[in-house]
Structures are given as structure tokens and as C-alpha cells.
Design a binder for this molecule. Structure first.
Ligand SMILES: C[S@@+](CC[C@H](N)C(=O)[O-])C[C@H]1O[C@@H](n2cnc3c(N)ncnc32)[C@H](O)[C@@H]1O
Length: 428
């Protein structure tokens, strides 16, 4: 067994999505932060866990050919990215492998794993939250803490540079009277919406808002989030931003979910389009439908179908209804409810196709139960977590489905996260 505090020479044999190199030392598995398969390095064991050890990398003796030079000054401390030290191509391989292994471990086999779709890794995020410190600094939280990494001159490489400019401008105008945080969202046409958290609406705040909109004309709406109710109070301009994804218009308000990477969202829509096929489909359900993105897209692709979206968040349902009206899409409707109420909402309708796009936790037992009760002919499962995806796939396969194909989409380049779009059929 390796000893805590002791130094070892090690060959790194694998890389995790979290950016750790995997080594074997004295028979034990060791994870070393920010290493890559092929590195020969000197590791110091820092912590013993139940089945593995953690190590820090003291020196890279021979660097892996998969490595690249990281140019982000925040990378060592920030929790946002985990794979900036390896080539983007290799990142794709790591993520494909993670999905393959998660499904294998869950005993899900004999399906086609398509190549990962890799949208650009530059400035892809359309949403970011910056935090303010008591002494007026602004930046992201340090990984695993609430310490702030102050934004320096170099902007964060995965968000629009204007986000960093606005955040820095805000520290200057708010000084020591800053909000707790600010969340910025940019539309597909470059309009920016800001929501401040933990700031009382008073004269000095309103004067700061005026300064922001004078200097940054792309800011089209500003909100303040009330501490007690969590409600967003509009204090300037538009109440939402407008997006155009795959030719469909969507409005998004500050409290509703929207995919954080527009190119990634297009890639997901295109996979859904392929998996849904060209044959007529008459009943489609869109569970966890958010602002109706997938439901409206499919309703437009399949004008012969009746599409129903189910979503728990009331504001998102309202947005979804507005989005349907905006696109003059009449064959889609949205209901507020828990996805587990799917069987009840279906009634006697037997859906040809059901799309599910749950949060990271995946589907609840009740939702899986509802799917197996209704038994739609085909399921398209959009997942942002390979491990809950694999768990749910296993249950769906046990209930009579077969995974046909899975396409990974690198929705969150440089981070540990990956999206997967899967097609399941009822087993013959
Ligand atoms: C990953 S998002 C998908 C949104 C949408 N498909 C899209 O692409 O914009 C998950 C959505 O599920 C909703 N949600 C979470 N738990 C739910 C539940 N139990 N029943 C229905 N919707 C739920 C969230 O509010 C969120 O909008």
C-alpha cells in the first residue's frame, strides 16, 4: 500500500473526465490531479480513500503526448474546467470511454456507440455566474470552496469576453456595496440579460444599473433576485432574451433552464431529428421539457403529430407556451407536472415516441415505473450524466426496452461533463 506523504515515481495509465491521471502504486489505484495517460511523473500521496488514494503531482518527468499547454490563468484553482491540460481530441476519447464503461458496468451491451460530436471549445457558454467578495472582488468560486478567484485581465476562456468585462465593471461601480453574485446570459443574437442576487433595490443600485446599460448597450434586461421569495424583479428592459436555435425562436427568462451551449443544443436537436426518423409519428411526449425546446422542434419536424411537454417549473412552462405561440406551432401543448405523472397525463393515448431529458440525477423510480407502464414504442433519452443514464438504461432494458444507439455530444467542452442522446426500442 502507498504511504501518505511519501513520494513515488509513477506511469499514468488513464485519464478521468475530472482531469485526474490514474496510476497503480504498490497494487493500489491512485488518482493524481491534472495528469494525463502517458505521463511519467513523481507523485506525492495526499489522502487515502476507501478503495483508492489521492496524490499531487510533484514533477512531470516525461510529459504525455496527449498533453497541451494550458493557457488559462484560473485553471489550477477554478472548478469549471478539468481537461484544459489535454488535447481537445483526446478529451473526446476520454468522454466516449466514460460513457462506454458506464453502460458496460450497468450490463447494457450490444448497441451502437457513435463518435462524439465535438462543438467548438471556445467561448461556448451562454450563461455564467460570478460571485462578489465582501471587499469588492469578483470572480468564480475556487474548486470546492466559496473562496473567490478574482478575475484578472485575462477573461475566462469558455464564456463571452463581454461577461468578464461587465463583471469587472460592476466591481468598480459597486465597490464595497456589491451584490452576492451576478448571473449573465447571452442570446444567440448577442443580447445580454443580467440577474443580481442579494442586492437591495435602492437609488444607488438603480444608478449603477444605468451606468451598466450606458457602457454596455448589449445589455437588454436586468433583474434583482429577491432573497425571501427567490422571485426575479425586473429593474431594466426586457423580461427575457430571445434565441434562435435550428430556425426555432425561444424566449428564456432568468429562472428557466436553457441549454448552455447553443452549438451543442443544435447538435442534440440534429441527433434527435435523426433518431426520431422521417416516418410519421402521431403521439410524442417531451418529459422534463423545460422551455419546450425539444417538443417544439419535434412538433415542427412532425406536423402530423400531437406533442405534449411535461415540466415541473412553472416559469419554464409559461416560457414553453410563449415559445410555441412565437413559432406558430399549434400541434404542441405544455403541462406543469412531475414527469412521474406521465401515465396519468397520457390517459388512453399510446405514444409512438417519448423524449426524456432529466436533470443530472436522472429519472426517479416513479418516472421509470410510469415509462414502463405506458411503454411508448420508442424512447429518446437525452442525458447529462453517463452514470445515472446507465442506471436508468439498465432498468428500462429490464422492463422490455433495448438500447439501439448512443451519441455523445460534448456540450460542455473542457469540463468533466458530457451529454448523451440515446435511442431505445421495445425489445422484439
Ligand atoms: C436538463 S433540463 C431539460 C430541459 C429541456 N429539455 C431543454 O432542452 O431545454 C431538465 C428539466 O427538467 C425539469 N424537471 C426537474 N425535475 C422534474 C420532474 N420531476 N418532473 C418534470 N420536470 C422536471 C427542470 O425544471 C428542467 O427544466
Amino acid at each position: 500500500m502507498p504511504e501518505i506523504g511519501k513520494i513515488y515515481e509513477a506511469n499514468i495509465i488513464d485519464t478521468t473526465t475530472a482531469g485526474a491521471g490514474v496510476a497503480r502504486i504498490d497494487g493500489a489505484v491512485v488518482f493524481a490531479d491534472k495528469c494525463a495517460a502517458g505521463d511519467e511523473c513523481i507523485l506525492r500521496i495526499t489522502e487515502a480513500k476507501k478503495n483508492y488514494f489521492l496524490a499531487s503531482c510533484e514533477q512531470i518527468v516525461t510529459p504525455s503526448r496527449k498533453r497541451i499547454v494550458n493557457r488559462c490563468p484560473y485553471y489550477a484553482r477554478c472548478g469549471g474546467c478539468s481537461l484544459r491540460h489535454v488535447s481537445y481530441k483526446y478529451e473526446g476519447k476520454i468522454k466516449e470511454k466514460t460513457i462506454r464503461e458506464a453502460l458496460e458496468k450497468a450490463d447494457v451491451h450490444d448497441y451502437k456507440l457513435n463518435h462524439i460530436v465535438m462543438p467548438s471549445d471556445e467561448r461556448y457558454r451562454n450563461k455564467a455566474t460570478f460571485h462578489f467578495s465582501k471587499c469588492g472582488e469578483v470572480g468564480y468560486y475556487e474548486n470546492g470552496t466559496h473562496n473567490i478567484i478574482p478575475l484578472a485581465d485575462t477573461p475566462c476562456a469558455i464564456v463571452p469576453s463581454e461577461f468578464s468585462d461587465i463583471a469587472r465593471f460592476c466591481t468598480n461601480i459597486f465597490g464595497n456595496d456589491s451584490p452576492d453574485s451576478m448571473t449573465l446570459r447571452i442570446s444567440t443574437t448577442g443580447k445580454i440579460m443580467i440577474a443580481f442576487d442579494g442586492k437591495r433595490i435602492n437609488k444607488s443600485f438603480l444608478s449603477c444599473v444605468e451606468k451598466i446599460t450606458d457602457v454596455f448597450p448589449s445589455v437588454c434586461g436586468i433583474f434583482s433576485r429577491e432573497k425571501s421569495s427567490g422571485d426575479y424583479i425586473s429593474i431594466f428592459g426586457d423580461k427575457y432574451i430571445k434565441n434562435d436555435v435550428c430556425g426555432i425562436k425561444y424566449i428564456v427568462s432568468p429562472n428557466s433552464f436553457f441549454q448552455i451551449n447553443y452549438s451543442g443544443a443544435e447538435a442534440i436537436f440534429s441527433q434527435i431529428e435523426k433518431m426520431a426518423g422521417k416516418e410519421p409519428v402521431y403521439n410524442i411526449f417531451d418529459l422534463f421539457c423545460g422551455t419546450g425546446t425539444i417538443g417544439i422542434f419535434l412538433a415542427n419536424q412532425h406536423p402530423e403529430a400531437k406533442v405534449i411537454g411535461i415540466e415541473i417549473n412553472e416559469a419554464a412552462v409559461e416560457n414553453a407556451k410563449m415559445n410555441a405561440a412565437l413559432n406558430l406551432t399549434e400541434n404542441v401543448s405544455f403541462k406543469r407536472g412531475d414527469a412521474s405523472e406521465y401515465a396519468k397525463i397520457c390517459g388512453d393515448d399510446s405514444p409512438d415516441l417519448t423524449v426524456i431529458d432529466p436533470p443530472r440525477a436522472g429519472c426517479s423510480k416513479k418516472t421509470i415505473g410510469a415509462l414502463l407502464n405506458v411503454m411508448p414504442k420508442r424512447i429518446i433519452y437525452v442525458s447529462c450524466n453517463p452514470f445515472t443514464l446507465a442506471r436508468d438504461m439498465k432498468k428500462l432494458e429490464e422492463g422490455g426496452y433495448k438500447l439501439i444507439e448512443a451519441t455523445p455530444v460534448n456540450m460542455f467542452p473542457r469540463s468533466e461533463h458530457v451529454e448523451t442522446v440515446c435511442l431505445m426500442h421495445i425489445r422484439n
